[in-house]
Design a protein around this ligand. Structure first.
Ligand code: COA
Length: 198
């Protein structure tokens, strides 16, 4: 139920096609597939990981996670989503990232989590910054809109730290139709490039 940014951009047909192609290519990412369902199930079964994230399937079971992986892959083929997983040095699943893209609007959003034992280690801000740079530079997006639960202090700090502008609150719709109030941020590629003197 990811919602597109409030600001509405219009992509040219060529820009839209390039974004879709970049999402399909998923350069540098490990795209989640059937082989990752067990790892994702273990990761997301921990409420410290999945609790703050509104757009995950609920309840979290092997079946709902497998369906979510398959649905995300179908959306990737359409250039609209990238569900990727990452691993620690021992090869165990360390976290996931799910990027939702609206190619016709050159816009996207990002959600993700790290395994509980890896949280609070200072990786949040650098993780957000890395994903945002990839979405602007490799996917070619021009706008990213992000949300976080009102009480998600760590996410808010990481998002503020990446240079996003706070734009009040929005109502996020969970897969079961219930509403969660969220903080809302936006960042454009031009603002990001200025910040990094590109
Ligand atoms: C959100 C998440 C990815 C952040 O990663 P992390 O490694 O835990 O975060 P960090 O250790 O980098 O902390 C982020 C910031 O919050 C601050 N922080 C951490 N705990 C805090 C607390 N209790 N009070 C105030 N600030 C706190 C840190 O100092 C850091 O600020 P800084 O960047 O200015 O130094 C991770 O906590 C996570 O996976 N959480 C569960 C899922 C989730 O919430 N996903 C995001 C949904 S929008």
């Amino acid at each position: 139920m990811s919602a597109p940014p409030r600001t509405v951009l219009t992509a040219s047909p060529a820009e839209e096609a390039a974004i879709r192609a970049a999402v399909r290519a998923a350069d540098g990412h490990t795209v989640a597939g059937p082989a990752h369902v067990e790892g994702l199930l273990a990761l997301l079964s921990d409420p410290a990981v999945s609790g703050p994230i509104y757009d995950l399937p609920r309840p979290i079971t092997r079946e709902t996670v497998a369906a979510w992986v398959a649905e995300s892959e179908a959306l990737r083929q359409d250039g609209r989503c990238l569900l990727s997983v990452n691993f620690d040095e021992a090869g165990a699943m360390a976290g996931y990232t799910r990027i939702t893209v609206w190619p016709e609007r050159a816009s996207g959003e990002l959600a993700g989590a790290r395994r509980a034992d890896l949280q609070n280690s200072g990786g949040g801000r650098s993780g957000v910054a890395r994903s945002v740079a990839w979405m602007f530079e490799v996917l070619g997006l021009r706008l990213i809109g992000l949300t976080a639960a009102l009480d998600n202090v760590r996410s808010a700090k990481a998002i503020d730290g990446a240079g996003f502008k706070r734009m009040g609150e929005v109502e996020s719709v969970k897969p079961d139709g219930t509403i969660r109030r969220s903080l809302y941020w936006e960042l454009t590629r031009a603002e990001w490039a200025r910040m990094h003197r590109l």
